[in-house]
Design a protein. Structure first.
Length: 148
C-alpha cells in the first residue's frame, strides 16, 4: 500500500504543477507569431516602396506642367524623377523606369508612368514563407494641362 500511495502522490503533484506550461504554450504560438510579424514587416516595406513610387510619379507629373510641348514635358518629368528619386529611402534610382506620354483618352492630359523593379528589397527572402505582391511596382499619374 505504501508504494501505491507514493505513486499517487507523485501523479497528483505532477498534475497540479504548472511550471513550464507557459514555455510550452509559447513554443506552440511562437512560429505563428513570427510569421505574422514577418508579414507585417514585408508588406509595410512593400507599401512604403509603392507609396514612394506613386509620390515620384505625382511629383513628376506636376513638374511636367511647365513644358511647352510633349517632348519638353517628358524631359522635365524624367529629370525630376532623376533628381527626386535618391531622396526616397526604399528606392534605388537605377531601377526606375519612366514613361511620359500624352494620354490616349484626352489631348489635354499628360501621363507619367513610373515602374520600379523592387527585387532588390530584402522582403523577397520571405517569398517561400509568405504570399508576396509582384516584384515590379507600376504607378501612373496624370495631370491636365491648359484649359483651366
Amino acid at each position: 500500500m505504501h508504494k501505491n500511495y507514493r505513486a499517487y502522490r507523485i501523479k497528483r503533484k505532477a498534475r497540479l504543477d504548472n511550471s513550464g506550461s507557459a514555455a510550452i504554450e509559447f513554443a506552440l504560438i511562437a512560429p505563428i507569431l513570427i510569421i505574422i510579424l514577418s508579414g507585417i514587416l514585408c508588406y509595410g516595406v512593400y507599401y512604403g516602396a509603392a507609396n514612394s513610387v506613386q509620390q515620384i510619379a505625382a511629383d513628376a507629373a506636376r513638374a511636367s506642367v511647365a513644358g511647352l510641348n510633349d517632348a519638353e514635358r517628358a524631359s522635365l518629368a524624367r529629370s525630376h524623377v532623376a533628381q527626386a528619386a535618391p531622396s526616397f529611402v526604399l528606392i534605388n534610382p537605377s531601377r526606375l523606369t519612366v514613361k511620359a506620354n500624352p494620354s490616349s483618352a484626352s489631348a489635354d492630359v499628360f501621363e507619367i508612368s513610373v515602374s520600379y523593379d523592387a527585387s532588390s528589397l530584402a522582403i523577397w527572402a520571405f517569398s517561400g514563407l509568405l504570399p508576396l505582391p509582384p516584384r515590379v511596382i507600376v504607378r501612373t499619374a496624370a495631370i491636365q494641362r491648359g484649359g483651366y
